[in-house]
Design a protein around this ligand. Structure first.
Ligand code: ATR
Length: 274
């Protein structure tokens, strides 16, 4: 029998997840049907439970429901708990709802495997201290960077992360002014400025020679952050399309027990950054 999955969000029309998972299923011979569902803003839990009742086996969760997805779970993983958010649910044995967060591991896999940038021993900087950064911290720390730093417009939110993650990863945290005089091998924009088109107050010398500048948002071309990086001489810039595809591959593996190859889907979705 065909197993049903879906991505839930609001809005959801732009989602690439149905295309990605349908291609993964075709390539691996898995019999699944994957759709996009726009849940009402005040009806996420009801939509999830109705989908499960109609035979759904799991869902991906998009904005703005990642916190609610974590809350509805009966068994979140440690990394979902620390992120305070889930982007994937799996329904098992009656009432159990497992939750995980694959955004961070998707980011790490994209940077290391697709972009060929090992994080071990590198100085890594995350810009922003919201949910996107929370989800990325443990998977990045697992690769043993020399330094993991978080800078945020509101420094206290970055300091709060240092406190929350203290048992798992030592973080350097502060406002953008504290970056003066420091340089990093990998700089990841996890703020929402990729969508709002605002520039960030990045000091000169922030990017080390040969650095990678990574924008988590995808499909927006050269965002202000990526333009700032290029203006600072950075040759390696990337947006988050690979993160999207790699987190989907992790979800597919979790649901189906089969790891799909991501290269073909990634090539299809990649748009040159201009
Ligand atoms: P997400 O869950 O996607 O991370 P979020 O929790 O709303 O979204 O966080 C957005 C992040 O972008 C925050 O770190 C925010 O900084 P503040 O904590 O100071 O609000 C950051 N951000 C948004 N607009 C920004 C701007 N114009 N300049 C700098 N940082 C910005």
């Amino acid at each position: 029998m065909t197993d049903r999955y879906a991505v839930l969000g609001h809005p959801i029309g732009h989602s690439k997840s149905p295309l990605i998972h349908t291609q993964f299923a075709q390539a691996t011979g898995q019999d699944i049907h994957y759709t996009a569902i726009e849940a009402p803003l005040d009806g996420f839990a009801d939509t999830v439970l109705a989908f499960r009742a109609s035979g759904g086996r799991g869902v991906n969760v998009s904005l703005p429901f990642k916190l609610q997805a974590f809350e509805i779970a009966t068994e979140p993983t440690e990394r979902a708990r620390l992120a305070g958010a889930a982007n994937c649910l799996k329904f098992v044995d009656g009432d159990r709802i497992l939750a995980d967060n694959f955004d961070g591991v998707g980011l790490v896999n994209d940077i290391q495997r697709n972009l060929g940038f090992p994080l071990a021993g590198k100085r890594v900087l995350l810009l922003g201290a919201g949910g996107a950064t929370r989800g990325a911290l443990l998977p990045i720390a697992a690769e043993r960077p020399a330094l993991l730093s978080v800078a945020n417009r509101t420094p206290d939110k970055a300091h709060q992360l240092r406190h929350d993650f203290a048992a798992h990863v030592p973080l350097q945290t502060g406002g953008y002014d504290t970056l003066l005089g420091q340089s990093f091998d990998v700089v990841i924009n996890a703020t929402s400025t990729g969508l709002s088109q605002d520039a960030l107050p990045l000091p000169d010398g922030l990017f080390a020679p040969g650095a990678l500048a990574y924008e988590m948002v995808y499909g927006k071309g050269l965002t202000p952050f990526l333009k700032q990086a290029q203006a600072a001489g950075v040759a390696r810039v990337a947006d988050g399309v690979g993160m999207l595809v790699e987190q989907a591959a992790e979800a597919f593996l979790w649901w189906r027990g089969v790891r799909p190859d991501t290269a073909a889907v990634l090539a299809q979705l990649t748009v040159p950054l201009v």
